[in-house]
Every structure is written in structure tokens, then in C-alpha cells.
Design a protein around this ligand. Structure first.
Ligand code: ATP
Length: 395
């Protein structure tokens, strides 16, 4: 077996964007790396006013969740004081003595390398993969620098990658002026806008307090899904003239109990007399909605009954459910990071036009699927389907 090939995507990552993700994914495939450590800096010596490491870390974890081969790495975040790449590489080399390290950089950084502390040692510790990026340097200047570093013993190659014109600086400027930022993963955008990072006013006053708790309560994948649901619920609410902030809040909290062990969810349900319904109490897939509404109230301080109802109803639905409940329910089913399923695209299109028709189509689809596997859907879902069929929008 050959040596393990580990990539390192280091940087301030403030915030992580599609350029970083494209670099990492290209390096995995084209340079045949086994995995990439996504390594946000702790306290960068050369940049002032950087977003707190914990926020950058959570956004990074949300962006990488579900992308095979990308591993968020806390090596620099967990160290105090000024941190230099040479120290990080020495530590990683000790940790993975048999691995070959490949540091990923953009073309602009190639020209900065000579200013890194002990850069000769850095070149000994790691190979470098350079990604094309527009910069103030010509291709000839870049190539000359690459050759110079090679003569010093560096292993530096170009990565074959379609350039992507984006920087964290551009993204911060867009967010500051209240705009959506291109080439920013949806989950990262949601996190930043909900909390009001980068100088914008927070969209949800409580979001900055909720994020650390949510991140702790959920797996990284569930956290990423949660952010995508919140963003989608907001978009659907805006599209259909509903209260976008409430839809977004319900999206943020809808799965807050989802990662609890079933027995803890059951205890929460019993202690708070949430239900006597055994079929709910035995199913984490259903119970987490009513447990979530309770947890949202107790742990997150959510008191708005409209938001709590949307959380409570997001699995089974309920006859008479509000259009805001529907927006949250559908956001959960169609958010953009969902793994594809046959009806998905059609549901996304229908949800743009009619919440009622989309939720009915989705529930009928679930009903057919569940029946095929010889099981039955929860009575509340059956009643919701029957109720939806009577609505004028569904005729
Ligand atoms: P900022 O605008 O804050 O300086 P950035 O977008 O350059 O941020 P960093 O976190 O500083 O992002 O970048 C980490 C590494 O990724 C650097 O080597 C940088 O050159 C590289 N990089 C970032 N964005 C791109 C991109 N779009 N294409 C190629 N390389 C990139």
C-alpha cells in the first residue's frame, strides 16, 4: 500500500466559500488525495478583525457536511497565541508520520510563500498544489516563482482546476450591504445572515445565541440541513406572503430534538405530558417534532405559538395546519442539500406556485411509499391528506 496522501486546505476561511470547496474537491480527484483536512486559522498573524473562530468553524462544518473526503480540523483553532504554518505542519507530520502532505493554495498565495516563517522548512514538510486564481501577477511571474521554490527543494505543482472568481473579501462586502453573496454555500449564507456576521444587522435576534446550542445538539450533517431548511422556509414564506422571520425561526429550531436518543425524547415527552399516543412515543422519526417544540421552548426560549406549532407539525402535519406550517414542512422536504428522490424536482416547482398542492403531493407520495412497504402512516397525516383534498387550491 502506498503512502496516505493528505491534503490541507488552510486559510482564514472567513467565511468558507465555493472557491475553497472547489479547490478541495478538485485536489481530491485530480491529485488523488485520500482526504483533505479543512484547517481554519485560529488567530491569523497577518489579518485583523477576523470573525471569531467558533463561528468560522461552525460555518465550515456546515459547508463540508456531506462532502466525502473533507474533514474539518481544529488543529490551529485549538492553539493559543500566534500560529505559524511551519508549526502546524510539524504537528501534522508527527500525527501522520507515514503520510505525504499536500498544502492547497491559490496562485496569489504562491507569491506570498517566501514571507511565511521558515518557509524553507515549510517546503520540506509539505508539497504544494497551486490553484489558478486571478491575481495581480502574470502567469510568467507565477511560473518563475514556482521554479525558484523548486530549486530550493519545494515540490510545487499546478492543480488542473477551472478558476472560480470569488474571495471571502467579496462575500463579506456583499453581506455587509445586505445582499446575498454569489458562490457562498446556502448554509453558510443562512448562518451569517441570521446571526448578522460581517457587520450586517442580524435577521433573527436570537440566532447568535442559538447557533452554539444547535451545533452542540445536532450532528454536523443535521446542522447543515437545519440551516438549509431555515433558508428555504424563509424563501417560501417570502414567495407566498407569509411571515419570513417566523418561518426562518421555525426552520432553525425544527430539528432541535432530532439527535436526542429516543429514550431521552420519550422522557421529555412524558415529563411534559406531550402525548399519550404510543405510535408517536415509539418513533423518533415522528416524536422529535413534538419533543422539538418542547425543547425549543425550554432550552431555546422560544415562546411564539406560531413558531412552536410549525415545529410541532413538521412530521405528521395536522388538519387545519397554517400556510406557515406548510412552508416549514415543505422546506424540510425540498431544501437544496436533500439527497435526490423521484418527486423532488416536481415538488420544488409546485411549492413555488402552491403550498397546498405541493404538501398534498408530498404526503400522498409518502402514503403510497409507506403502504407499499406494508406499513401505515400516522392517523394525523391521513387526516391532513383528507383535509388538504377538500381545499379549493387542491381541486
Ligand atoms: P480573503 O478575501 O479574506 O483574503 P480568500 O477568499 O483569499 O480570503 P482565504 O481563506 O484567505 O480566502 O484562502 C485560503 C487559500 O485559498 C489561499 O491560499 C487562497 O489563495 C486560496 N483561495 C481562496 N479562494 C480561492 C479561489 N477562488 N480560487 C483559488 N484559490 C483560492
Amino acid at each position: 500500500m502506498g503512502k496516505e496522501r493528505i491534503g490541507i486546505m488552510g486559510g482564514t476561511l472567513d467565511p468558507i466559500h465555493d472557491g475553497h470547496l472547489r479547490m478541495a474537491q478538485c485536489a481530491l480527484q485530480r491529485a488523488e488525495l485520500d482526504r483533505i483536512l479543512m484547517l481554519p486559522s485560529g488567530n491569523p498573524p497577518h489579518k485583523a478583525g477576523v470573525t471569531p473562530a467558533d463561528d468560522r468553524w461552525r460555518m465550515l462544518c456546515a459547508a463540508c457536511a456531506g462532502i466525502p473526503g473533507l474533514e474539518p480540523c481544529r488543529e490551529e483553532i485549538d492553539r493559543t497565541g500566534t500560529i505559524y504554518t511551519v508549526d502546524t505542519l510539524s504537528i501534522l507530520k508527527e500525527k501522520y508520520p507515514k503520510a505525504e502532505l499536500y498544502y492547497l493554495i491559490g496562485a496569489d498565495t504562491l507569491m506570498e510563500l517566501k514571507r511565511w516563517r521558515e518557509y524553507g522548512r515549510v517546503l520540506e514538510l509539505s508539497r504544494f498544489l497551486v490553484c489558478p486564481r486571478s491575481s495581480r501577477y502574470s502567469q510568467d511571474e507565477l511560473e518563475a516563482e514556482r521554479q525558484r521554490l523548486r530549486l530550493l527543494g519545494g515540490h510545487i505543482s499546478w492543480l488542473d482546476m477551472e478558476p472560480l472568481d470569488v474571495s471571502s473579501t467579496q462575500i463579506r462586502a456583499a453581506l455587509l450591504s445586505g445582499q446575498d453573496a454569489p458562490h457562498l454555500p446556502l448554509q453558510v449564507q443562512e448562518y451569517a445572515q441570521a446571526c448578522g456576521l460581517y457587520g450586517a444587522s442580524p435577521r433573527i435576534a436570537e440566532a447568535a445565541a442559538w447557533m452554539p446550542r444547535l451545533f452542540g445538539d445536532l450532528t454536523a450533517k443535521r446542522f447543515a440541513h437545519t440551516l438549509a431548511v431555515a433558508a428555504t422556509a424563509r424563501q417560501l414564506a417570502l414567495r407566498h406572503g407569509l411571515d419570513a422571520d417566523r418561518a426562518e425561526m421555525a426552520g432553525l429550531l425544527h430539528d432541535c430534538a432530532k439527535c436526542m436518543p429516543l429514550k431521552d425524547m420519550q422522557r421529555l415527552a412524558r415529563e411534559n405530558r406531550l402525548t399519550e399516543d404510543e405510535s408517536l412515543l415509539e418513533s423518533g422519526a415522528l416524536l422529535h417534532a413534538i419533543a422539538g417544540a418542547c425543547k425549543a421552548r425550554l432550552d431555546y426560549g422560544m415562546t411564539d405559538p406560531v413558531v412552536l406549532d410549525a415545529i410541532r407539525r413538521h412530521t405528521t402535519g395536522a388538519p387545519g395546519m397554517s400556510r406557515l406550517d406548510m412552508a416549514v414542512w415543505l422546506a424540510d422536504a425540498i431544501e437544496p442539500t436533500r439527497a435526490p428522490y423521484p418527486l423532488l424536482e416536481q415538488l420544488r416547482e409546485t411549492a413555488e406556485v402552491s403550498l397546498e398542492r405541493a404538501i398534498l403531493a408530498s404526503m400522498e407520495n409518502t402514503l403510497a411509499y409507506v403502504r407499499k412497504s406494508g406499513k401505515s402512516v400516522h392517523p394525523a397525516t391521513m387526516q391532513t391528506i383528507q383535509w388538504l383534498r377538500t381545499l379549493p387550491e387542491c381541486q
